[in-house]
Design a protein around this ligand. Structure first.
Ligand code: BES
Ligand code: MN
Ligand code: ZN
Length: 498
């Protein structure tokens, strides 16, 4: 995608399509105002006659008008002016793109960046726009037979800006957002691929390919012999039931000298049947998404490498399947983790924490400044927060807040949940150092407490993305979250924001 900015008036822009907004009660957005006066009040007339709807996301395409240089004007409703915020802004842009996606229009200029949107800066307005368009244009048809739909003709996105300084912000935003869109598409593809294609080995190959594409990026994929040598028996206990080989993927990006790295750890269960504690049948296909933590940290690495951010970042991905068989781990088995702590596996379906704890222990060798694990860890998280917020848990309140604020800025929100001794003591075991489950209630928190036992002297946060990583129902599909939140967090640390 190409991007450009313009400081000119809407009527004078030679573009194949201008995106202009109109509010309820006949109030015109900046571009609509200019076009209206250039055409002797045509827009106001059309709104009065109800030929143009002003409700959020309603689209009307007007062909060339005398007095306006652009070939067409895509008028989009913005709703009530007083209620126009980021979600309405994104909805309007998504609707505008949907309205032209089957046309041959190959460039569009967004004038909504001139509107007042909750005080958001031109940088963020451009970023939301590019990300929204990227989302709207994303398709996953790799697995469909027959002729593939031709790629979308949209090649160029313009942004109206008030002044030169804004143009610089918008250029930067487009660069960042373009990388985020590509990262999210990678994360979505990996999530949407079926579990017989997206195996641990496939994830490993994807990581190796990324390293080939970016200098500064190194990847190692460890096999089961090497994983065993490291003493990761908790991780390995999860893969016991499958003949598909487990992998440990380690990626290292060096964007600066002398700085302890940030480490991202992603849960990479490419299919979670539950093991011997087998899950119920309905909806089990969705457990192919149980590697979305892995996908999102790998994708965030791709964004960072693309933008060449001046930070050091490591990614660690334990990846395997969780299947039942005669060689599978049994409920009641006791395993020894890499840290030397013994774990009574009371439920083989609580497998995410069993692979993550060893990856967290492995990550110590990098002396992380901060370590963040990302996982579709618990159904309880979905019950607690639904599908809109990622759960943020941390042993450092400032880190939790940094992630929460990053999520707000990136419009990919999270919400804090506590980690505390009352929950932690539920992990008591009569036979091992502790068990892998607590009570059903507060299950997202006891899961975090389990991980917390392996991160005691590190600055650590845990993101439970079980509710946010994919959508179910008619819109079933991977969302690419929390790539925007993680990227925002790292952009801030890199001092790369305006
Ligand atoms: N991958 C699941 C968590 C999950 C479930 C995510 C449903 C999204 C939707 C995880 O491995 C799991 O099975 N967790 C169990 C833990 C329980 C046995 C303590 C759960 O949440 O039921
Ligand atoms: Mn499970
Ligand atoms: Zn799982």
């Amino acid at each position: 995608m190409d991007y450009f900015t313009t400081t000119g008036a809407a009527r004078r822009l030679a573009s194949s399509c201008i995106l202009a907004g109109v509010y309820e009660r006949g109030k015109l957005g900046a571009a609509a105002e200019d076009i209206d006066s250039a055409t002797g009040g045509r827009l106001a007339d059309l709104i009065r006659q109800s030929d143009i709807s002003t409700s959020v996301g309603s689209c009307t395409v007007l062909p060339a008008l005398p007095g306006v240089k652009a070939k067409r004007i895509l008028v989009v409703g913005l709703g009530k002016r007083g209620e126009f915020g980021i979600s309405q802004y994104r909805k309007a842009i998504a609707a505008g793109i949907a309205a032209i996606r089957h046309t041959r229009i190959h460039d569009i200029t967004n004038f909504l960046t001139l509107e007042e949107v909750n005080g958001a800066s031109p940088y963020y307005l451009a970023r939301y726009a590019v990300e929204t368009i990227g989302n709207a244009l994303y398709r996953f048809d790799e697995m469909k037979s027959g002729r593939k739909k031709p790629s979308v003709p949209l090649k160029k996105i313009g942004f109206a800006v008030q002044k030169r300084g804004d143009a610089r912000q918008v250029d930067l935003a487009c660069q960042h957002a373009d990388a985020i869109v590509n990262g999210m598409s990678l994360a979505k593809d990996l999530g949407n691929l079926p579990p017989n294609v997206c195996t641990p080995s496939y994830l490993g190959r994807t990581a190796v390919q990324l390293a080939k594409k970016h200098r500064n990026l190194q990847t190692r994929v460890l096999n089961e012999t090497e994983i065993k040598r490291l003493g990761m028996h908790s991780f390995l206990s999860v893969t016991n039931g499958t003949s598909e080989p487990a992998k440990l993927i380690v990626m290292q990006y060096k964007g600066t000298t002398k700085q302890r790295p940030t480490v991202l750890v992603g849960k990479g269960i490419t299919f979670d049947a539950g093991g011997i504690s087998l899950k119920p049948g309905p909806g089990m296909d969705e457990m192919k998404y149980d590697m979305c933590g892995a996908a999102s940290v790998m994708a965030t690495m791709a964004v960072v490498a693309t933008l060449k951010l001046p930070i050091n970042l490591n990614v660690v991905i334990p990846t395997c399947e969780n299947l039942p068989s005669s060689t599978a781990t049994r409920p009641g088995d006791i395993v020894t983790s890499m840290a030397g702590l013994t774990i009574e596996v009371l439920n083989t379906d609580a497998e995410g924490r069993l692979i993550l704890c060893d990856a967290l222990t492995y990550s110590r060798r990098f002396k992380p400044e901060t370590i963040i694990d990302v996982a579709t860890l618990t159904g309880a998280c979905v019950i607690a927060l639904g599908h809109h917020r990622t759960a943020i848990m941390s042993n450092d309140d400032e880190l939790a807040d940094e992630l929460r604020r990053g999520g707000i800025a990136a419009d990919d929100r999270g919400w804090p949940m506590p980690i505390a001794d009352e929950y932690d003591s539920e992990l008591h075991s009569n036979f091992a150092d502790f068990a892998n489950i607590g009570k059903r209630e507060g299950g997202a928190i006891t899961a975090a407490c389990f991980l917390g036992r392996f991160t005691k002297d590190m600055k650590w946060a845990h993101l439970d993305i079980a509710g946010t990583a994919w959508r179910t129902g008619g819109q079933k599909g991977s969302t690419g979250r929390p790539v925007p939140m993680l990227t925002e967090f790292l952009l801030r640390r890199a001092g790369a924001l305006p």
